[in-house]
Design a protein around this ligand. Structure first.
Ligand code: IPE
Ligand code: IPE
Ligand code: MG
Length: 248
């Protein structure tokens, strides 16, 4: 019997006992998708944005509590200016239109990463989205933008050190929980499952601290081709994993 069969209304029938609470997705493969079709890379990013919308809705429909999507890394600024510009334009139109859609699904929108490098327009849109969605009771969607896990950890170390200096913390307060509390994902459970489409076997600076015991599923589909059925497949693979956390 399929664990994640489809019901008539097209939402998955899931066994809540094996459903991950928190899923991370490295939305990769947009450029290769465009190249295969002889299109500019930005066409791949637009197609990837549509997939983002579809999969986010689906995760919310099937009862995922937290979804973290990797949209732009601290290293992605080194791409050609033209590509960076088209990504920034895409983010802007998404934050203006599509995110308003998530209202119907009660999705709480949060951004993780260093916002300070974005234009003022974009920063304001990010804040508006966070403010207007913060009291909703649905899935928490973390959009990782200008996110790098090493950068996140350095920031946490600096803030901890400042709080030790100003007396808010003592050195004895520093433990694993405290470090987690200084990350962008403070207060959220660690990801149970990270999915990377596009077939790359690497983490590319995503949730390094948080993924200590995360299950990884690498899929060969490029992100713009990713379907709800691919998410079901990842969930099925996840449900068959034996998570031991160092035990037996
Ligand atoms: C992911 O797709 C989107 C971003 C990193 C912004 P890529 O643009 O990395 O696509 P590939 O890996 O070149 O195919
Ligand atoms: C990771 O993909 C970042 C995002 C998907 C936003 P990259 O395409 O930047 O990663 P590498 O360069 O293949 O490691
Ligand atoms: Mg890539």
């Amino acid at each position: 019997m399929a664990l994640f069969g489809k019901s008539k209304n097209n939402s998955a029938e899931v066994n809540p006992a094996v459903l991950p609470v928190h899923i991370g997705i490295i939305m990769d493969g947009n450029g290769r998708w465009a190249k295969k079709r002889g299109l500019p890379r930005k066409a791949g990013h637009s197609a990837g944005a549509k997939t983002f919308r579809k999969i986010t809705r689906y995760c919310s429909d099937i009862g995922i509590k937290y979804l973290t999507v990797y949209a732009f890394s601290t290293e992605n600024w080194k791409r050609p200016q033209d590509e960076v510009n088209s990504l920034m334009n895409l983010f802007k139109s998404y934050l203006e239109e599509a995110l308003a859609d998530f209202k119907d699904d009660s999705i709480v929108v949060r951004f993780i990463g260093d916002k300070s490098q974005f234009s003022e327009d974009l920063r304001n849109l990010m804040t508006e989205n966070e403010e207007s969605s913060k009291d909703r009771d649905g899935m928490v969607l973390n959009i990782a933008m200008n996110y790098g896990s090493r950068d996140e950890i350095v920031r946490a170390v600096k803030n901890i050190s400042a709080d030790v200096k100003n007396g808010r913390l003592s050195e004895d307060d520093i433990n694993e929980q405290l470090v987690s509390d200084y990350l962008y994902t403070a207060g959220q459970p660690d990801p149970d499952l990270i999915i990377r489409p596009s077939g790359e076997y690497r983490i590319s600076n995503f949730l390094l601290w948080q993924s200590a015991y995360t299950e990884f599923v690498i899929m060969n589909k490029l992100w713009p081709d990713f379907e709800k059925s691919d998410l079901d497949e990842a969930l099925n693979i996840y449900s068959g994993r034996n998570r031991r956390y160092g035990g037996v």
